[in-house]
Design a protein around this ligand. Structure first.
Ligand code: C5P
Length: 228
C-alpha cells in the first residue's frame, strides 16, 4: 500500500489552441459526451489525496459556465495570463489563498490532456514524494529525429536516445515553482513548461516514464484518435 502524497493542482486552460481550427478553445471540444476539460479534471477530482484544484480561464471565457462542473465547489477559478507561465503563476497564487503552503506539492497539468491514467498519476506522486526537486511525466521519443534548415532540408540526425517528450503533470514544490516562474518571466526567458523554469533556476527535474497515450490534443486528428 502506497503512503498518501497530498497534492494541489493547477490546470492552465486560458489558451485558444489555434492549431485545432475549431469553433471554440480546444479544451471545450466534445469527447465521449463531455467537454475535453471535464475528462482532464476527473482524474484529479477522483483522487483521495487531492487538497485543492484551480483552473486558469481566459477573462472572457463564455464556455466554462456552460459545463456541469462549473458548479463543483471543489474547483476554484482564476484568470489566466498572457502566456502559459503567467496563467500558472495566477493559479499558484489562488492555491496559496486557499491555504496551500510553499512546501506543498503542486501538479500542473494541461487542460487539453484528457487521457491521464490514474496509474500514471500515482506513479508520478510515488516516484517524487521524497525528491528534493520534483519532476514530470515524460516519454522517450520513438522516432528518429531530424534537424532542418529554413528550407526544410535535413541538416542533422541527433542521437534520439538522449531525447524525451515532456508531458504533464509536472510536479514541484509550490514556493520553489512560483519563484522560478517569476524569475524566468522577469528575465524575459521563454518558458514553455514548468520544468524549464526550474531548469532556468538551476535545478534538474526528474523524468518519470509515463504512458504515451497521455497526449495533448493539438491537431484535429488527436481528437479522432481519443474518440475511437
Ligand atoms: O498551446 P498549448 O497547447 O501549448 O497550451 C498548453 C496549456 O496551457 C493549455 O491547456 C492552454 O489552455 C494553457 N494556456 C494558458 N494560458 C495561456 C496559454 C496557454 O493557460 N496564455
Amino acid at each position: 500500500m502506497n503512503s498518501p502524497v497530498p497534492f494541489w493542482v493547477v490546470i492552465p486552460a486560458a489558451g485558444i489552441g489555434q492549431r485545432m481550427q475549431a469553433d471554440r478553445p480546444k479544451q471545450y471540444l466534445p469527447l465521449k459526451g463531455k467537454a475535453l476539460i471535464e475528462h482532464t479534471l476527473d482524474c484529479f477530482l477522483q483522487h483521495p489525496d487531492l487538497r485543492g484544484l484551480t483552473v486558469c480561464l481566459a477573462e472572457n471565457d463564455a464556455w466554462w459556465p456552460q459545463l456541469s462542473c462549473a458548479g463543483d465547489t471543489r474547483i476554484q477559478r482564476c484568470i489566466g495570463g498572457q502566456e502559459r507561465a503567467d496563467s500558472v503563476l495566477n493559479g499558484l497564487s489562488a492555491l496559496l489563498e486557499q491555504g496551500a503552503q510553499a512546501e506543498d506539492w503542486v501538479l500542473v497539468h494541461d487542460a487539453a490532456r484528457p487521457n491521464l491514467a490514474r496509474s500514471d498519476l500515482d506513479k508520478l506522486l510515488q516516484a517524487l514524494a521524497d525528491d528534493p526537486v520534483g519532476g514530470l511525466l515524460a516519454v522517450p521519443v520513438r522516432d528518429t529525429l531530424k534537424q532542418v534548415d529554413a528550407n526544410g532540408r535535413v541538416t542533422n540526425t541527433p542521437d534520439r536516445s538522449q531525447f524525451w517528450q515532456a508531458y504533464t503533470p509536472q510536479m514541484f514544490r509550490l514556493g520553489a515553482l512560483q519563484q522560478a516562474l517569476s524569475a524566468a518571466l522577469a528575465a524575459g526567458s521563454s518558458i514553455t513548461d514548468e520544468a524549464s523554469a526550474m531548469e532556468w533556476a538551476g535545478q534538474a527535474p526528474r523524468l518519470v516514464g509515463g504512458r504515451a497515450d497521455n497526449i495533448k490534443v493539438t491537431r484535429p486528428e488527436d481528437l479522432d484518435w481519443l474518440a475511437r
